[in-house]
Design a protein around this ligand. Structure first.
Ligand code: SF4
Ligand code: SF4
Length: 300
């Protein structure tokens, strides 16, 4: 079940279809076509769980499929950036390439963004387009800062005689892209099941805050980064997705709330606090919110 209501600027919930018909306010909070586009982006009309839904926390996906929930249109505009970019690419994909085709197997379904001759002479490149934050790109690139001695020492003050250091960026840290890698590898498996070989997987990550100082402080200076994705063994990826699909389907059949999303899936509670659209329907999310990020006691 997709979101059924919008949260208005005054905090009231209004059914999406009522909002699109007429707004009770003196003036709409954004243009009507924008609201229509937001509404459309929220409902993809898919009943069975997709690759991206299975990669998310099972409790989050379960709640999104079973409860009526409300979203603030301001908070979901990022989805429009992504779909606008996808449409743009679809309109310019003439040549030896395929775009936006949904493939299905017995576990799930997934729609890849681009496949074919999209970067060089290689006809087997699987490309994925992401619009994301400088934080996520910094993590995905494995960037981190280290202290490097400048060779100078402090001449005065409390640190007199101590060596001076400056911060320098390194790019050889752990690449925090496991979710993206599982997603792309599953698309690869789906393509290969169709007899299409995938030689390379690449994410084109567009930074949505690249002109801001915060991006610069994270070592992100470009608007777009190409991030290669390694192959993960088919059996590992399939077992992982099979497991998540089984847990979700059992929860849906028995109408039982699944376990709390893992620490990684809930971004160490940051998602529960600010970004999970169904947090108000999740006892754990409610507790995290009422305690500003830290649950006081174990809640299931
Ligand atoms: S246009 Fe904005 S303020 Fe008006 S009903 Fe819709 S969400 Fe609420
Ligand atoms: S509030 Fe947190 S634990 Fe609950 S569904 Fe959302 S992300 Fe998962």
């Amino acid at each position: 079940m997709p979101a059924t209501a919008f949260i208005c600027p005054d905090g009231r919930n209004v059914l999406i279809q009522d909002c699109l018909t007429s707004c009770a306010m003196k003036q709409r909070c954004m243009f009507l076509p924008t609201l229509r586009a937001v509404a459309k982006s929220l409902d993809r009309g898919l009943r069975d769980p997709t690759v991206t839904e299975l990669i998310a926390g099972i409790r989050e996906t379960y709640l999104k499929k079973t409860v009526d929930y409300a979203v603030n249109p301001q908070d979901v505009l990022y989805a429009l950036h992504g779909s606008a970019l996808h449409t743009l690419h679809e309109n310019h994909s003439e040549g030896n390439m395929l775009t936006e085709i949904r493939l299905t197997d017995e576990i799930t379904s997934g729609k890849f963004d681009l496949y074919g001759e999209i970067m060089d002479q290689d006809t087997g490149v699987l490309g994925d387009i992401k619009v994301t934050s400088s934080y996520k790109i910094m993590k995905a690139l494995g960037k981190y800062k280290v202290d490097v001695a400048t060779g100078e020492t402090y001449k005065t003050g409390l640190k007199k005689g101590e060596p001076k250091y400056k911060k320098e960026w390194r790019d050889d840290g752990n690449k925090g892209i496991l979710d993206w890698a599982i997603q792309l590898n599953y698309y690869r498996i789906l393509l290969e099941q169709q007899g299409l070989s995938v030689n390379k997987m690449v994410i084109q990550a567009m930074c949505r805050d690249n002109s801001l100082r915060i991006a610069n402080e994270r070592g992100i200076s470009q608007a777009i980064y190409l991030i290669p994705v390694n192959r993960i063994g088919d059996s590992w990826v399939q077992r992982y997705m099979q497991y998540k699909a089984r847990v979700l389907n059992t929860a849906l059949e028995t109408k039982t709330m699944p376990a709390i999303c893992s620490v990684k899936e809930r971004w160490h509670n940051r998602k529960c606090l600010d970004y999970c659209q169904v947090a108000d329907h999740c006892p754990f999310g409610q507790q995290v919110k009422s305690n500003s990020g830290k649950p006081l006691q174990a809640v299931s």
